[in-house]
Write a protein that binds this ligand. Structure first.
Ligand code: DGT
Ligand code: CA
Ligand code: CA
Length: 585
């Protein structure tokens, strides 16, 4: 059982308790447990196998959560969760996915109208039955119908897996495959190697160093304990479906065509088609087996990817930009961008602590950032408008600033070259004003601003709202600029080009939020930002120390957006960064 599946059970418990109208603190502790477990870089299973008491050392996990985790790992289920599901129809949980409907409304709809499923809700809205309920009118009904439409679209998209879900499964499987020995090369190919934000299936390629071992490799592959179904098992290709529903294909290749296969199965399809056309013009034929002379059939490349690209007159192209968006033309002239790398990142400018909805203290966050080799970390807790996240008012943010001073002081005394930056994730209210007074914002090193409410505004109004906020000159970074949650919520309507032009004018950076559900801006927005010369901040939006590692997803998404280190705000060393962050106000 993987962390995400365990987390899901805790999220559902939280939702069910909330629908029941239970104590908000209790609800919160379950939701937090889900958040923590989902964010752990190691499998809970492995911790429990070692020593289940170790679980309680993790902040936010107490005895009761620990017992449930152990129960889930042992039985695959949690009795408490099952009992709640018996009390409340399971369709209610699905209704929570409809944007604009929270647990309170679900409870109301269920009690007043007996609505148990999304379909019930759609029928009732169409019949105009909702408008009689407290706080609901004809407008709400229309909005709900539109949200149901969105939800149905998302459900189709949800047949793909988020990068952050597919990635750990694939890594775990690769480790398992290696255990069998006889494996000389192993690579993940496909959309995962290109770090796309969603993954259809996982493609793994291997070579064996022992003759006739292919069938043994396949036998080992299909015997993976997490396999739900074996779709195919052959000497060169096998396919399985994991318990979570993720399909994994394995191909066993010969050494002399491994490079060609890796190139082919990495894709993208559009890139491959363009490459094939190019090869043709050069009198060559390119396939998953190699590059061949068209006339004689003689093989000229195949062992490595570099060799394959060289054979068609190109330098090697990083997988993230193999989308046929001009990379082939640049590779011909050896003028590809030098894409940003994780090692270029000097710090993180978006992180939460226990002051708002994070699970770690300022000091714990700093320690982790130092361990990662960062020069700086901006503490950016929510402002008061975001009540569910315990947003900070003026008094509490001032208190927090003092604590940041104290931690910085202590680090200085210890001789650590690292600085916590004073920041905020200030809410952009519905009218475009900022949720902290200017004098507070002026005191901060780094002002991150973001939308957290009224996602349903028409485009013109939403664009105006954001432009108003950026034009104050008080903002350094616009966080998660489109508000999408992959597979959960569509982006809000906004004229992103106009936002970029405004950002450029006021020296505001746009965020590439690395939180796996967001990856916002996305790859094509990032290319646009780069073209317009707007700086990008790759921030993790961490709510725990573990989330700081999400920077990996951000950096690879940045690479998909063709970003170089010079395009990235937090690739700047501290001194330079502080100059750029100076605001006129
Ligand atoms: P996914 O799995 O939907 O997230 O995306 P991919 O890119 O991993 O696609 P997949 O698994 O269907 O195939 C892996 C790669 O194999 C793909 O990126 C390019 C290559 N490929 C698949 N079908 C074709 C094809 O019809 N023509 C060419 N040229 N390449 C193909
Ligand atoms: Ca694939
Ligand atoms: Ca595939």
């Amino acid at each position: 059982m993987e962390n995400t599946e365990i987390a899901k059970i805790f999220y559902e418990i939280a939702d069910l308790l909330e629908i029941k109208g239970e104590n908000p603190f209790r609800v919160r502790s379950y939701r937090n447990a889900g958040l923590i477990i989902e964010g752990l870089p190691v499998s809970v299973k492995s911790i429990v196998e070692r020593d289940e008491r170790e679980l309680e050392k993790i902040k936010g996990i107490g005895k009761s959560i620990r017992e449930k985790v152990v129960e889930i790992l042992k039985t695959g289920k949690c009795r408490f969760h099952q009992e709640l599901l018996k009390e409340l129809p399971s369709g209610l949980l699905e209704i929570l996915n409809i944007s604009g409907i929270g647990p309170r409304k679900v409870e109301l709809l269920y009690k007043e109208l007996g609505i148990r499923t999304v379909d019930d809700l759609e029928k009732a809205a169409k019949k105009g039955l909702l408008r009689g309920l407290p706080g609901m009118g004809e407008k709400t009904e229309k909005k709900i119908l539109r949200s149901i439409e969105d939800y149905k679209n998302l459900k189709i998209a949800a047949q793909r897996f988020r990068l952050s879900v597919a990635y750990p499964y694939a890594r775990g499987y690769v480790e398992y495959i290696k255990e069998m020995g006889h494996i000389s090369q192993i690579e993940i190919a496909g959309s995962l190697r290109r770090w796309k934000d969603t993954i259809g299936d996982v493609d793994i390629l291997v070579t064996c160093n022992k003759k006739g071992a292919a069938m043994d490799v396949m036998e080992h592959f299909v015997s993976y304990p997490d396999v739900r179904e074996v779709l195919a098992k052959g000497e060169t290709k096998s396919s399985v479906v994991l318990n979570v529903g993720l399909q994994v294909d394995l191909r066993v290749l010969s050494e002399d065509s491994f490079g060609a296969a890796l190139q082919y199965f990495t894709g993208s399809k559009a890139h491959n088609i363009a490459l094939r056309d190019r090869a043709k013009k050069l009198g060559l034929k390119i396939s998953e087996y190699g590059v061949f002379k068209e006339k004689t059939g003689k093989k000229v490349a195949g062992r490595t990817e570099e060799e394959v690209y060289r054979a068609v007159g190109l330098v090697w192209i990083p997988p993230e930009i193999r989308e046929n968006q001009g990379e082939i033309e640049l590779a011909e002239k050896d003028r590809l961008p030098r894409l940003v790398e994780e090692a270029d990142i000097k710090g993180d400018l978006h992180a939460h602590t226990t002051y708002s909805d994070g699970t770690n203290t300022i000091e714990e966050m700093a320690d982790k950032a130092i361990e990662m080799g960062y020069e700086y970390l901006a503490i950016t807790d929510h402002s008061k408008a975001v009540g569910i996240a315990h947003g900070l008012d003026e008094g509490r943010i001032r208190q927090q600033l003092k604590e940041i001073d104290r931690v910085n002081e202590r680090l200085k005394e210890k001789g650590v070259k690292f600085r916590l930056l004073k920041g905020t994730e200030v809410d952009i209210r519905a009218d475009g004003t900022l949720d902290h007074p200017p004098e507070v914002l002026q005191e901060l090193d780094c002002v991150v601003a973001a939308i957290h409410s009224r996602f349903d505004m028409p485009q013109a109004q939403m664009t105006e709202r954001i432009i108003k906020a950026l034009s104050t000159g008080l903002v350094n970074i616009l966080a998660h600029p489109t508000g999408r949650l992959i597979g959960i919520r569509e982006p809000y309507q906004v004229d992103i080009e106009a936002i970029m032009d405004c950002a450029k004018e006021y020296g505001v950076a746009l965020e590439l939020n690395s939180y796996p559900e967001r990856l916002d801006l996305n790859d094509s927005h990032l290319r646009l930002a780069r073209k317009k010369g707007v700086l990008v901040s790759i921030g993790t939006d961490s709510h725990s120390v573990y989330h700081l590692d999400y920077i990996t997803y951000g950096v690879h998404t940045a690479r998909r957006g063709w970003l170089e280190a010079k395009d990235v705000l937090n690739a700047m060393p501290l001194e330079k960064l502080l100059k750029v962050l100076k605001r006129k106000g």
